[in-house]
Design a protein around this ligand. Structure first.
Ligand SMILES: Cc1ncc(COP(=O)(O)O)c(C=O)c1O
Length: 341
């Protein structure tokens, strides 16, 4: 869907001074990547590789897996739509609350949909579903799964394919990737370079599966979906991966500092998260009013999480920025609470 994901930065009438609504890493794109891409504009004068095979090779080398397991995509979102196309008109189970694009991609390809909580998945079989969609860590609540638990699900439910979105894995130090050479035949892992490398506007992501699934998905792709700059960026990131990654330990420390302060306010209920973002429920007023107040009075944008399936109008999500900006946000939220109480 074009507007279900909740990134409404382009639709605001007020000047945005700080965007706490987007989970992209604070500080944005690394300087070295910016400089590299600035020198690559000449690539736009030719078509890129139609299947982005060079980018896929770089991804495979980074993960030490077979290149035939990898498909480079136009953001992880293209991967979700390709997977949904693979299971067209079949049955999908989506864990909630979660990123809206799993549902939108599945609806676009006419899946029969069922929604469970993460807890329900732990205690039930999934034989009735062709695909199960979940994120590790999850958006919006930062909920995580141990890789062994997902591998067990794959083993216990061989009829079902598990689509695991690891888009935030690098921003959540406690998450371990499921990507490896010998993956369960019914596992598809999707990753994004948007959040951790600060480039949502470029559109770069990938999926990893067994060669059989990857080849089936390959048949569904349109040519040139990954543009020339995105392909170059993928190659550069994969060869300088560790140097370009943000300081996730520092980001997590800051996220936990902000979570601690907000959780001491009796009007708020914070869901603890090991990620740069976290979910909050207000016991006073609602998220839409808080969002309006912060925007009009401070130029701060937050994510009203009411449109996440299974959440309420009282839920909102925050992603941490720099400490001084976070402190200003905390004060602004306290002022709002003072007004509504
Ligand atoms: C859980 C999750 N996965 C994937 C995405 C989209 O990533 P991309 O920019 O790679 O399409 C988002 C965007 O907010 C997200 O929250």
């Amino acid at each position: 869907m074009l507007h279900g994901h909740g990134n409404d930065l382009h639709h605001q009438r007020f000047e945005i001074k700080a965007d706490f609504s987007s989970n992209v890493v604070p500080g944005g794109m690394p300087e070295a990547l910016k400089e590299y891409l600035a020198d690559q504009l000449h690539l736009l004068e030719n078509y890129p590789e139609s299947d982005a095979a060079g980018a896929a090779l770089a991804i495979a080398r980074h993960h030490v897996i077979d290149p035939v397991q990898v498909i480079a995509t136009n953001g992880s979102t293209e991967a979700f739509y390709l997977v949904a196309q693979l299971f067209r008109e079949q049955a999908s189970l989506i864990l909630t609350p979660s990123f809206a694009e799993y549902e939108d991609a599945a609806r676009c390809h006419r899946h029969r949909l069922t929604f469970w909580s993460h807890q329900q998945l732990k205690s039930r079989r999934t034989d009735d579903f062709n695909a199960v969609w979940l994120a590790n860590p999850n958006n919006p609540d930062g909920c995580t799964w141990q890789p062994a638990a997902i591998e067990d699900l794959c083993a216990q439910n061989p009829q079902t394919h598990f689509v695991v979105d690891e888009s935030y894995a690098n921003l959540c130090p406690s998450t371990e990737s499921l990507i490896q050479t010998s993956m369960p035949p019914n596992l598809i892992v999707v990753r994004s370079l948007t959040k951790d490398f600060g480039l949502p506007g470029l559109r770069a992501g990938y999926l990893v599966a067994t060669p059989v699934i990857a080849q089936a998905i390959n048949q569904l792709r349109m040519p040139w979906s990954v543009n020339a700059l995105a392909q170059a960026a993928i190659g550069f990131i994969m060869t300088h991966y560790k140097d370009l990654l943000p300081d996730t330990a520092a980001i997590l420390k800051e996220s936990q500092r902000v979570q601690n302060i907000l959780s001491k306010l009796p009007q708020l209920q914070v869901t603890p998260s090991d990620c740069n973002y976290f979910l909050v429920k207000t016991k006073v007023g609602d998220a839409a009013d808080l969002k309006r107040y912060l925007l009009q009075n401070h130029g701060f944008l937050i994510r009203d999480a009411a449109n996440f399936r299974s959440l309420s109008p009282q839920h909102f999500r925050l992603a941490v920025l720099q400490p001084d900006q976070n402190n200003q946000l905390i004060s602004a939220i306290q002022s709002w609470i003072g007004q509504v109480c």
